[in-house]
Each structure stands twice: as C-alpha cells, then as structure tokens.
Ligand binder design. Structure first.
Ligand SMILES: Cc1cc2nc3c(=O)[nH]c(=O)nc-3n(C[C@H](O)[C@H](O)[C@H](O)COP(=O)(O)O)c2cc1C
Length: 374
C-alpha cells in the first residue's frame, strides 16, 4: 500500500529530479502521452482523491537523445512479441513503450523444446532468441510501428560485437524504430562464450561499438548474474549508453518430475516473474547510485505497488514482462492506476516517487548474498 509519506521530498529525490528531467510539456490528448485519471482510486481505498486535472498530470519521461516515453510503463522484450500480436486486444498507443522480441542479424530457430516451465512465483524460459532476423523484422513490422505514437524499442542480441553493430546499423534511421535495447546477456563467441553482460570490458566494448554505429537512443540491459553490478553499469554509461534497463532473467535449471533429468531442452533457462523482484530491486538500487543516466526497472512487476517500489529505488520507468502472459491488459491498467495514485496524492508528476529509498550517499553493494548476520 502506498502511503502519503512517499511525497516527502528527500535529497536523493532532488538528485533524481536533476538527473531525470521529465520531458517538456506537450499538448495532451486522452490516451496519448498523458493518461486519463480514472475516477476510481487504483488502490480501492476510499481516501479522498485530490483531483488533478488531466492536463496538469505529466507522466512523460525523457530517456535521452530525444526519446520521450509518454508514460513510464513499458512492456518487456520477449513477452509482447512485436506489439502487432497484441494490438487487437490492447490499445498499444497508451503504453509508455514497447520493447520488442530479441532480434538478431540472421534468423534463429531457437532452442529445442520444452522451452518453458512454471516455477514457484515465476517461470523459466529458454526460447533461445527465436526470431526471423533483423531484415525480416524491419520488413514485417516497422511500417506498422511508424503509425503508432508509442515508441518501439528494438531489443538486439548477437554473438559478437560485429553482430550487434550490424543489427544497429540496419535499424538506424528506419521509421518506426524509436530506439535500441541491447540484450548483452548473450555469449560472446569471439571471447570463447563469455557473456558480454558479466564482463566489464566486453560490456563497455559492445556498447561503445554500437554507440558509434547509430544515433538511435541506446538502452543497455543488465544481467543480474554478476557479483557487483556497479562497475558494469558504469562501463556501459561511460561507453555512451543513454539508459540502463535492469534486469534480464536469472539463470536457472528445472528438473523433470520423477525423471531426475533436466526438464528444459536447453537445460538452462531464464527465471522471471515475481520470484526475481527482490533481486531486480537490489540491482536497480545499486545501478541507480552508480550512474547518472536513467535506469528502467524490470523484474516481477504484477501491480502498482511493484511499480512504486522500483521508482523508490531510483527507476524512472518500469517494464512489465511475465505478468503479461496472465493478463495482457495489465500494463495499461498500471498506467491508469499510476495516474490515479498521483491524483490521490495531489501530485502533478510521478517524479516525486523516484529515488525515495536511495541513501543520501552511495553505499557499498550487498550483492554477495551471504552477508546474513543474525
Ligand atoms: C518468454 C520470455 C522471453 C524473453 N525474451 C527476451 C529477449 O528476447 N530479450 C531480452 O532482453 N529479454 C527477454 N526476456 C526477459 C524479459 O524481458 C525480462 O527482462 C524478464 O522476464 C524479467 O521481467 P519479468 O519478471 O517481468 O518477466 C524474456 C522473458 C521471457 C519470460
């Protein structure tokens, strides 16, 4: 439950305001850029709602290089296809942004089945980046994306710096492509299979190379599968990324019941869903203190309180992933609920939620997971 004390202005929040200016105000139209405030408080409580005029409420956020999200609720890569699959059931133009499915230079058929399994409070997937390749993605979807007001950010994956650069180059200047999100949780074939995301040098190198190849806004997605996220976050920011997104899935294994063998065809899968939210909170908390570029949070968002928790640890926006499989309308509901919550608290911008849980001075990370002291 969100309490009014969240409004208290802290020094870290003032820092957040300096770091993450919201976009210049634009004329609003219902459902385009500025969400309407629903008459019912999102929390279901009967507290008096301070009316905030639709015009006064600004949910937009500037990510960098001219990319302005109309609101801070996006859909996560791999959980919303290319957007077109959902456009019949969801008004995609009311989303803050769409991160499309992972896209590679050449088509990929993905991993052998089974590819997904449920886990307590989450799921494991090993889709293996099945996609038709960047040229086919552009040919099939970009024209439609160009008709949407919602920014479409293409999630890019590769097995070498060359792969990433080439995909970025082909996306550069394509109408309908608003930005790139680098999925660097991929093995770098050139470096013997070491993931780009877990190596400071490789993470910086691939970011810098893509930065040189495109003027598109560049988001880089962090992996939680590291001991200390801060040097990696800094290397990516120093290499020219406009924003960080965090987190990708956690590496895991499921055993087939009664068979004593790995369940997934690929053995390993990526864990997502509510189970990973505390890890995502920790990574965002540490990354937000390490860099001065915006951080967009991902990991287990299922309701408004999750969104507000991520704002508290410094995220300027959130992506909804696994929860979309259960309810594709959730992201839009969250936009409305966030607007309602701002209205209830008499806020004219959701920015006041950002960074309230951050310490005044950046502290040491607690990423070892063994620091339990009774
Ligand atoms: C089925 C599935 C496919 C995914 N595919 C991608 C992908 O192609 N690229 C990527 O960067 N992340 C991918 N992800 C990770 C999500 O974008 C997100 O980072 C992760 O699931 C955590 O968020 P969540 O707990 O809200 O699902 C995928 C996740 C799922 C569940």
């Amino acid at each position: 439950m969100v309490k009014a004390k969240r409004r208290a202005v802290t020094s870290s929040q003032r820092v957040a305001e300096q770091k993450y200016p919201t976009a210049p105000k634009r004329p609003s139209s219902p459902g385009r850029g500025h969400a309407a405030v629903p008459s019912r408080p999102a929390t279901g409580r009967a507290d008096p709602v301070t009316p905030v005029s639709h015009r006064a409420l600004d949910l937009s956020v500037a990510i960098g290089r001219g990319l302005v999200l109309p609101n801070p609720i996006l859909v996560a890569s791999g959980t919303f296809g290319y957007g077109t699959e959902y456009s019949e059931v969801v008004d995609v133009d009311r989303l803050g942004g769409i991160c499309c499915k992972g896209t590679t230079l050449k088509a990929r058929i993905g991993n052998p089945p089974p590819r997904v399994t449920e886990t307590p409070a989450g799921m494991l997937n090993s889709i293996g980046l099945q996609n038709p390749g960047v040229d086919a993605v552009i040919a099939r979807y970009a024209e439609t994306w160009a008709t949407w007001t919602t920014p479409v950010i293409v999630n890019v994956a590769g097995e070498s710096v060359h792969d990433y650069v080439e995909v970025a180059r082909r996306l550069d200047g394509v109408p309908g492509v608003a930005g790139i999100e680098l999925n660097i949780s991929c093995p770098n074939v050139g470096a013997g299979g070491l993931q780009f995301a877990i190596d400071v040098g490789a993470a910086g190198e691939v970011t810098a190379a893509v930065r040189r190849a495109t003027d598109l806004p560049l988001l880089v997605k962090l992996s939680p599968n590291v001991a200390d996220i801060r040097p990696i976050a800094r290397a990516i920011a120093d290499a020219g990324a406009d924003a960080l997104t965090a987190i990708n899935t956690l590496s895991g294994i499921a055993i087939a019941q009664g068979r004593g063998r790995p369940l997934l065809g690929n053995i390993y899968g990526g864990l997502s869903g509510p189970a990973i939210k505390p890890v995502a909170l920790r990574v965002v908390y540490e990354a937000a203190q390490a860099v001065r570029i915006p951080v967009i949070a991902i990991g287990g968002v299922t309701d408004l309180s999750d969104v507000l928790d991520f704002f508290a640890v410094g995220a300027v926006a959130v992506q909804v992933g696994t929860a979309i499989f259960a309810d594709p309308t959730l992201p839009l509901r969250l936009v409305d609920e966030l607007a309602a919550e701002c209205g209830r608290l008499g806020m004219t911008s959701y920015r006041d939620f950002i960074g309230t849980a951050l310490p005044k001075k950046a502290g040491q990370p607690s990423s070892k997971g063994v620091e339990y002291r009774p």
